[in-house]
Design a protein around this ligand. Sequence first.
Ligand SMILES: *[C@@H]1O[C@H](CO)[C@@H](O)[C@H](O)[C@H]1NC(C)=O
Ligand SMILES: *[C@@H]1O[C@H](CO)[C@@H](O)[C@H](O)[C@H]1NC(C)=O
Ligand SMILES: *[C@@H]1O[C@H](CO)[C@@H](O)[C@H](O)[C@H]1NC(C)=O
Ligand SMILES: *[C@@H]1O[C@H](CO)[C@@H](O)[C@H](O)[C@H]1NC(C)=O
Ligand SMILES: *[C@@H]1O[C@H](CO)[C@@H](O)[C@H](O)[C@H]1NC(C)=O
Ligand SMILES: *[C@@H]1O[C@H](CO)[C@@H](O)[C@H](O)[C@H]1NC(C)=O
Ligand SMILES: *[C@@H]1O[C@H](CO)[C@@H](O)[C@H](O)[C@H]1NC(C)=O
Ligand SMILES: CC(=O)N[C@H]1CO[C@H](CO)[C@@H](O)[C@@H]1O
Length: 589
Amino acid sequence: MVLIKGLVILFLCTTSLVHSQKDDWWKSATIYQIAPLSFKDTTGDGKGDIQGIISKLDYIADTGIEPFHAKMRLGSIDVILVSPFFQTQMIDFAYDISNYIEVDSIFGTMQDVEELFSKAKAKGLRVILDFVPNHTSNKHEWFIKSEVGTDGYKDFYIWHDGAKQINEGRNLPPNSWQSEYGGSSWTWSPMREAYYYHKFAKEQPDLNLGEELVVQKLNEVLKFWLDKGADGFRLDASSQLFEDPSFLDKPDKMNDLPQTYELIERWRKFLDDYSQTESKILIPQIWNAPIDDLMRYYVSEDGTQRAQVPMNFMLINELNKNSTASDYKRVIEKYLNALPTGAIANWFLGSHDHNRVASRMGRDRIDGLMILLQTLPGISFTYYGDEIGMEDNMDISWEDTVDVQACNADKDSYQPLSRDVARTPFQWDTTENSGFTSGKSWLPVHSGYVENNLESQMSANKSHYKLFKELTALRKNATLALGDIEIKVLGNNTLAYSRTYEKVSYLIVINLNNQTEVVNASGFKAKLNEESKIRIASTNSKHEIDEIVNLSNLQLTPYDAIIIEYYSSATKVTLSLLAVMMIIIKIFL
Ligand SMILES: *[C@@H]1O[C@H](CO)[C@@H](O)[C@H](O)[C@H]1NC(C)=O
Ligand SMILES: *[C@@H]1O[C@H](CO)[C@@H](O)[C@H](O)[C@H]1NC(C)=O
Ligand SMILES: *[C@@H]1O[C@H](CO)[C@@H](O)[C@H](O)[C@H]1NC(C)=O
Ligand SMILES: *[C@@H]1O[C@H](CO)[C@@H](O)[C@H](O)[C@H]1NC(C)=O
Ligand SMILES: *[C@@H]1O[C@H](CO)[C@@H](O)[C@H](O)[C@H]1NC(C)=O
Ligand SMILES: *[C@@H]1O[C@H](CO)[C@@H](O)[C@H](O)[C@H]1NC(C)=O
Ligand SMILES: *[C@@H]1O[C@H](CO)[C@@H](O)[C@H](O)[C@H]1NC(C)=O
Ligand SMILES: CC(=O)N[C@H]1CO[C@H](CO)[C@@H](O)[C@@H]1O
């Protein structure tokens, strides 16, 4: 009786401990980025919409497909990150916003968005929104008022008289700063008779975030969407929120200025104050910062919390088709070793600003890379379509090109600049336009959709998609959520790492080579020598699920990727349970 009471108390203590940490929902989340314009069109106008996302929520949350192995569990995405659907002039993939708290009619109505929130929640999905404080559209009310010099709005944007000309005529731009999309980053406003600054397109004037009223207005925007049910925000272009105040031609530092960190601290506090019980998370996009600057986005030197999830693009920025297993090990360790204490890692292989991972790294590697993404410690971000291995659409003509960055170039040079290639519609099935729209698609669907689409992958015995679902299930296991990691390079080009937590260890082995390798994977600290079974295998693997492997003689066909599982046998579990009971009995005697 005493023993049972003791056990009950122990159990209650553990569960209440777990419950007092309400913050944990995001710490090992599988986050899925949806670009609404390309996900699913329900109106026939050729552009995706909010109702389209709603119509596919079962797909995102569902576990109701047949696994290719009877014992396999299939998991779900935890969080959707929805790219902008706010009122826009659609100059830049809806990143030019003319009203932060209105839904653009292209995407639907506010009611649709409310329905999205409530239906997603009902299915256990969290929703993160894209927040774009780097600039507004030039059609935003604030800019219109700023341009005519309305009281209170004059300094909402970055205005400059320009450099005085000796001769008559209009002043020259203040300096030689270039926009990311080509051309000067200063545009003359005849109305205000001054230049305004734009890091991106001229239709995207940068907000002056040094102006207190601007920050307050943006906080109202955050509050508006928090009230609607947002679980957090991706902060667009965070490394470029401030401009060098000296306006020198070649400033020492343009990105990651100290004011940026201060503003992020402020927004973090705003979100923390909003809800005492639930974490609202901040995901600043950091383009390509040096590792130390990237880590400063987590916490200040004096311990002030900044963002929970500063985006880590290192797998994209520092690896390519030619990278070796040693390169992977170096990049992953560089990041993990730099993490501040208690900080949670995060990983990306794709986004709306990058080429598709299957195209960048080679389609044969897609399974291995998905396994990598979903088994590294922390949070994983999957860009829509990568779960089925969608590839860049290189057949978009100059006439069909809409990406502003490509349009600012010319017919001969637009192709490498175009981000349209990775923004094409989701490939749902084999019907016309891949089941995306009944109308004319806003961007051409990838011609390979007949072979590569979700429907085919759902009915195939093995597919990228089924692998993805198995991985999202396995991620729920404490070992992948909390386990430590040991990384090795094996053979000529095989990346291997163990993840260990309490009694369960996984060994992830990825052959990056196009040649067969035979490796010795028995040297890990994790005890993996007995009862090591294949738990997950890439679609092309010759290994079978549940197959017992000899770790010191592991055969890997080209691009083979596997997850091997080791856990203490039942007798050992019983023995350790007995040991716990003995201790408890001792305590109570
Ligand atoms: C990979 O290596 C080849 C041959 O050295 C080179 O031509 C190619 O540009 C490299 N690719 C990348 C992405 O670095
Ligand atoms: C799929 O698996 C089933 C059951 O194991 C098998 O009968 C069938 O031949 C497989 N189909 C293909 C295309 O491999
Ligand atoms: C983790 O995996 C082990 C081994 O398969 C299993 O015993 C355990 O129940 C899993 N835990 C969760 C939370 O899925
Ligand atoms: C393997 O890749 C290398 C480097 O890209 C290439 O030279 C070689 O032909 C490939 N071998 C096979 C068997 O595909
Ligand atoms: C590594 O490559 C060399 C040369 O291609 C080959 O002889 C050797 O068998 C390979 N080693 C393994 C472990 O596959
Ligand atoms: C495999 O590696 C382990 C640990 O490094 C070593 O003890 C063992 O001898 C190796 N086995 C073979 C067959 O090379
Ligand atoms: C595993 O492979 C090693 C190296 O080839 C071999 O010496 C050992 O006998 C094998 N173990 C088993 C259980 O087959
Ligand atoms: C770094 C970066 O380019 N961030 C974003 C800021 O705004 C542009 C243009 O609107 C977006 O496309 C970028 O993703």
